[in-house]
Design a binder for this molecule. Sequence first.
Ligand SMILES: Cc1ncc(COP(=O)(O)O)c(C=O)c1O
Length: 487
Amino acid sequence: MTDSPPPRTDLDPENWQDVRALSHRALDDMFDWLQNARGRPVWEQMPAEKRAELSVVLPRGGAALPDLYADFQRLVLPYGAGNEHPRFFGWVNGGGTAAGILAELLVAIFNPNCGGRDHAAIEVERQVIAWAAEAVGFPRDAGGVLLGGSSMANMVALLVARRAAVGAAVRSGGVAGRKLTAYGSAAAHGCIPRAMDMAGLGTDSLRLIPFDAGHRMDVLALRQAISADRAAGLQPFLVVGTAGTVDVGAFDDLAAVGDVAREAGAWFHVDGAFGATAAFSAAHRPLLRGIERADSLAFDFHKWVQVPYDAGCVLVRDRTLQLATFAQSLAYLEGAERGIAGNPPWPRDLGPDLSREFRALKIWFTLRAYGADGIGRVVENGCDVAQHLAARVRRESQLELLAPVPLNIVCFRVVADVADLNRFNKELVADLQESGIAAPSTTTIDGKLAIRAGIFNHRSTRADADALVDGLLQVLEGRKVKEAVLF
Ligand SMILES: Cc1ncc(COP(=O)(O)O)c(C=O)c1O
């Protein structure tokens, strides 16, 4: 009697050929899906029965990969948010590219851990950081690290600023009773107060400075707030300028804000989550005047640069301070002069993550495939489509523009004789999203509910902007009928 062989414990396929064939088919299917984006609705809500199908107990046994792929096609793929679609105008979402897809595929197989050590992926990340620094006018040897997004990048910058303000003792003793205060525009992104909260400094220690009609921080009010806090014995440690506010895409006067920060002896940080991408366009770069003086900058490659999610980045002018904030000595991670444990400093010394994916490759592919000028053209197209949309809004008697359009975001609303115009506009946006024609999002401008269209997708054209307005007017007619019936 022969003993049966023990069950396999490795997870490799029994038949690699089958996996190759399935993967090649899946890749073809996904390229078809991407190429045909324009021909399908932007968004379709996931039906309850399909959501229910996803909710099952932990599988104990294995399933065949073709079955899993079929489930993906049936349960997941049709119900995406729609950000690959040229008429997706909501929030701040990139659309992805062929170069990014290829890089992601390669990374999935190559699978390095980019916390550190001596391997090529670390060099690619260093190159990408140097390109980012070059693009925005930071020194090429600035510190930097790739992160999940600008929320984390702003948080990391805040921690470096805190380290600069308090000194090395902050790492063991915390802020030790100091009353650190930070300053940013009332139009700054919500991740700034969140970073204050997470850093233990508290959102009350962030002064939200009013902004002017152009949604730019009031520099005089900033100066006064800092003086008042200093007189009260507080320690102003951080001034955050915004390059591209999330609501309307406005740029603070970074040179003036930077001057105030410098006079106050405070760290000057810029949140350029998507606005810093303007650096790639000669026509729009002047909006960023003063960014090159910032101590740190947060921005994303996954927004206007179109790199697949996720790909955030923080740059810190003085790399030694970034290292002083995060570097940590642990026995099992001890560096070495030779071997795989060499090549310091490691990305894990520049940020909070130890295990890290190889985000740099998709950025490296994107910047090489399209060049800085290619990204610049995406910026120029987004701004052109936004101006086209704004002009159309101005021409339509039923529409009202609610904010200036300094970049690629248009905020407007439908004007109608209804009891609650805000609710009415909110319903219209939901109607439009559910129609699948186009997908703007909403925000609030001066207490008014605004339909917000951001032109971030590189596939969006003037005709798509017109389709958004046509679709809106169409759902408006439908709602007029509906509300007349209801009331
Ligand atoms: C100005 C600004 N800052 C920060 C963020 C947060 O970025 P992320 O979503 O990558 O964390 C956003 C997101 O849209 C933003 O627009």
